[in-house]
Design a protein around this ligand. Structure first.
Ligand code: ATP
Length: 292
C-alpha cells in the first residue's frame, strides 16, 4: 500500500471531499473526526545479531542478539550506563558520530544489514523517526517545522504541504491546539506541545520506526500521559522503541521488554512474561527495586 506522502505526490489520484481528504481505493478518511493513521509500506522489524560496540578501549555493548517486533512498543530498560542509549543510537547509526567507535556484528532492518558499508545512511535514516529527551523545535513557525523535512524531500506545492501539516499535527494530537496559530514561532509552545510537534515532524517524513530516548522525562505528568497515549495509538502503524528509566511507564505501555545490564541483554520478551515471570535473577532484582 502506498503511504501518505507518495499518494500526495500523484495529485491526479487525490480527490477532495467536503468532509475531508480521501484517496481513491481507500476507505479511510485522513482527517478529523475520522482520523486514522496510514500504515507505512512493508514490515518494520529489526534483528540484531552478535552486535559488539567498542568506544575507544571500552567494550560498551556485548554480544547483543535481539529481535525488535513489528508494530509493537518495545521498551529498553536497565540501570544508568548499561548501554540503552547506545543500542538505540545504533538503530539509526547516530552511533557513527561517537569518536573512537568500532562496531561489529549485524543490525538487520527489514532484512538489510545497516552496519555494512554499502548502506545509504540518508535514505535509511528517513525510516527512523527520532524523538529525543528534550524537544528541539526548529527556530521557525509551527507550520514550517512540519513542512521543512517535506520541502527537503522535494514537496513544494503549498496545497500538499497544507495537507501534510494538518495530517501530522492531527496524528500527534496537536492540531486542535495550534490550528489558529500555525504561523507563530514553535518555540512559544509549551514543552509538552513542543514534544508533540517534534513527533509530528518526525512522522511527516514517514518513518517506519519511532525511536524515543527518554521522550517523556522532561515533561509534566499530563504531557507525559498524552505522549504515552499517542505511542499506544501509533503502534498500529509504526514499530516504536523506547528507552525509559521509568519502570512504571514500561509497565503501562510496553508490549515487549529488553532488560540490559552492564552492556548485555539479560532478558528480552513479551512484557507480560518479563514483568510477571522474569527468568533471570538480575531482572527480578531490578524489577523489585533492589538496584536502579
Ligand atoms: N561518547 C562516549 N564516549 C565514551 N563512553 C561513552 C560514550 N557514550 C557512552 N559511553 C559509555 O557507554 C556506556 C553506556 O552508555 P549509555 O548512554 O548507552 O547508557 P544508558 O543505559 O543509556 O545510560 P543512562 O540511562 O544513564 O542514559 C556508559 O558507560 C557510558 O559512559
Amino acid at each position: 500500500m502506498k503511504n501518505f506522502l507518495s499518494a500526495l505526490q500523484t495529485p491526479s489520484e487525490l480527490r477532495i471531499e467536503k468532509s475531508g481528504e480521501k484517496i481513491p481505493g481507500r476507505k479511510i478518511k485522513l482527517f478529523r473526526p475520522d482520523y486514522k493513521f496510514i500504515r507505512p509500506e512493508g514490515d518494520s522489524e529489526i534483528a540484531v545479531e552478535k552486535l559488539n560496540i567498542y568506544i575507544k578501549d571500552q567494550h560498551i555493548l556485548k554480544d547483543i542478539n535481539v529481535r525488535i517486533p513489528d508494530k509493537k512498543i518495545t521498551c529498553i530498560i536497565g540501570p544508568s550506563g548499561c548501554g540503552k542509549s547506545t543500542l538505540l543510537k545504533t538503530f539509526n547509526r547516530l552511533i557513527d558520530n561517537v569518536e573512537g567507535v568500532r562496531i561489529e556484528g549485524k543490525v538487520l532492518v527489514n532484512g538489510e544489514d545497516i552496519i555494512s558499508s554499502g548502506t545509504d545512511i540518508t535514505s535509511f535514516r528517513r525510516k527512523m523517526g527520532l524523538i529525543s529527551q528534550r524537544p528541539c523545535p526548529l527556530p521557525m513557525s509551527i507550520y514550517d517545522n512540519i513542512a521543512y523535512g517535506c520541502r527537503i524531500h522535494g514537496i513544494r506545492n503549498r496545497r500538499k504541504l497544507n495537507l501534510i501539516v494538518e495530517h501530522y499535527l492531527c496524528a500527534a494530537g496537536l492540531w486542535e491546539e495550534v490550528k489558529d496559530r500555525l504561523h507563530t514561532p514553535a518555540v512559544r509552545l509549551s514543552i509538552g506541545q513542543q514534544q508533540r510537534l517534534c513527533l509530528a515532524r518526525s512522522l511527516a517524513v514517514e518513518p517506519q520506526f519511532i525511536l524515543a530516548d527518554e521522550a517523556t522525562s522532561a515533561l509534566d505528568p499530563l504531557s507525559s500521559k498524552t505522549i504515552e497515549e499517542l505511542f499506544v495509538k501509533l503502534k498500529q502503524d509504526y514499530s516504536i522503541i523506547l528507552v525509559t528509566h521509568t519502570l512504571r511507564q514500561a509497565l503501562r505501555i510496553a508490549d515487549y521488554v529488553v532488560f540490559m545490564y552492564l552492556g548485555e541483554i539479560i532478558e528480552a520478551g513479551e512484557a507480560e512474561q518479563v514483568f510477571n515471570h522474569p527468568r533471570h535473577e538480575l531482572t527480578k532484582n531490578y524489577l523489585s527495586g533492589a538496584f536502579s
